[in-house]
Design a protein around this ligand. Structure first.
Ligand code: PMP
Length: 364
């Protein structure tokens, strides 16, 4: 099987699985003061330091959550600003927090329009939290986070960044980028599912979202998911190390796109002319809908997805491509390929063989 869907979720390494298993056997409650509790606490705090290091934050500013969805919800609901100014291509866990608010438009290449942001900020400023992701999960297009944060701050707004798809792929340092809040998810970097973090800049405060006990410095009630958090810590450490070898994935995606475009000249690679994270390609095969491509590839042992819109198990139209002005007939023919560190040239060959076969069949 060739797994080309790492932006949906990434495989767990043996080190991560081992850390989870060890922590599961460490049954203490991290809030207990006795020996068993202290062992569990130590596992949580070690992971906190590892996650903090991945994003250039202080460990005490990391709040563990049930994933990036909860972290995005908490950031935007809890930061004390009534209006969310989010880019039109954000994940639903950002967009649905403020369904009626205006969206920052993006260019045809899928890059957030900074001048439009400045214009929108003129009217509101201090009542606003701006949310711009570091890299888009469907197109892989890298967003102008630092200038967006600067524009937000000069208007008196706060700035939040969903860094879920960026960490482990491009440098992401909260302080250097000027983010007040950032969100990451364990399972996108090879950690367990249902664990993530909201990370705060020094001095930033958010209200709690999950009420209950005083865990996570009173930022999130509930006994910590010790095993999940321990796995997250190891995954964060590995993500930082692996990022240094991302060039290999960039070469693979480059090869895949060159061969796809050579085999199918009418293919469209979205965001081709702007910087993207190295592992992602959003590519349309005009005339063959995404569902057909996904099923044919699956039968041949290649796993891809249709943009991000498969959360209900159904292929829906992509809000990201819509925001980029792509017409819906073409958008329906787009699949997302997202590679990981274990993929090989032979797997790319297999993909091209099946995919170009589909194109030939459609043309005949
Ligand atoms: N933000 C982005 C950009 C994502 O790709 C995802 C996962 N699809 C999320 C947030 C939600 O993450 P989680 O699955 O941890 O809730």
């Amino acid at each position: 099987m060739a797994y080309f869907d790492h932006n949906a979720t990434a495989p767990v390494s043996s080190e991560v699985a081992e850390a989870v298993a060890t922590a599961l056997k460490t049954y203490g409650n991290p809030s207990s003061v006795h020996a068993e509790g202290r062992v569990a606490r130590a596992a949580v705090e070690e992971a906190r330091a590892q996650v903090a290091q991945l994003v250039g934050a202080k460990p005490e500013n990391v709040i563990f959550t049930s994933g990036a969805t909860e972290a995005n919800n908490q950031a935007l609901r809890g930061c004390g600003r009534p209006q969310v100014l989010a880019s039109a291509i954000e994940h639903p866990s950002v967009l649905e927090v403020a369904p009626d608010d205006d969206r920052i438009p993006v260019s045809a290449d899928g890059v957030t329009d900074l001048d439009a942001l400045s214009e929108m900020l003129k009217r509101r400023g201090r009542f606003v939290v701006v949310s711009v992701m570091a890299a888009n999960n469907e197109s892989g297009v890298i967003q102008p986070v630092k200038p967006a944060a600067e524009r937000a701050h000069s208007a008196g707004a706060l700035f939040h960044c969903d860094a879920v798809q960026a960490v482990g792929r491009i440098p992401f340092d909260m302080e250097r980028l000027g983010a007040d809040m950032a969100t990451i998810s364990a399972h996108k970097i090879g950690g367990p599912k249902d664990v993530g973090a909201l990370i705060l800049a020094e001095g930033m405060e958010v209200e709690r979202f999950v009420h209950g006990g005083g865990q996570e410095r009173r930022h999130r009630g509930g006994t910590e998911n010790v095993a999940g958090i321990a796995g997250f810590g190891v995954a964060a450490k590995q993500a930082a190390e692996r990022r240094l070898t991302i060039g290999r994935i960039a070469n693979l995606i480059g090869l895949l796109e060159r061969r796809a475009e050579a085999a199918v000249p009418e293919a469209v690679v979205f965001g081709e002319d702007v910087p993207r994270i190295a592992n992602t390609s959003l590519i349309a095969l005009p005339g063959v809908d995404a569902e057909t491509q996904i099923m044919a590839l699956d039968l041949a042992g290649v796993s891809v997805s249709a943009g991000s819109a498969c959360s209900s198990g159904k292929v829906a139209e992509s809000h990201v491509l819509e925001a980029m002005g792509v017409d819906s007939a073409l958008s329906r023919c787009a699949i997302r390929i997202s590679l990981g560190f274990e993929n090989t040239v032979e797997e790319v060959d297999k993909f091209i063989e099946v995919w170009s076969g589909l194109a030939k069949r459609a043309a005949s």
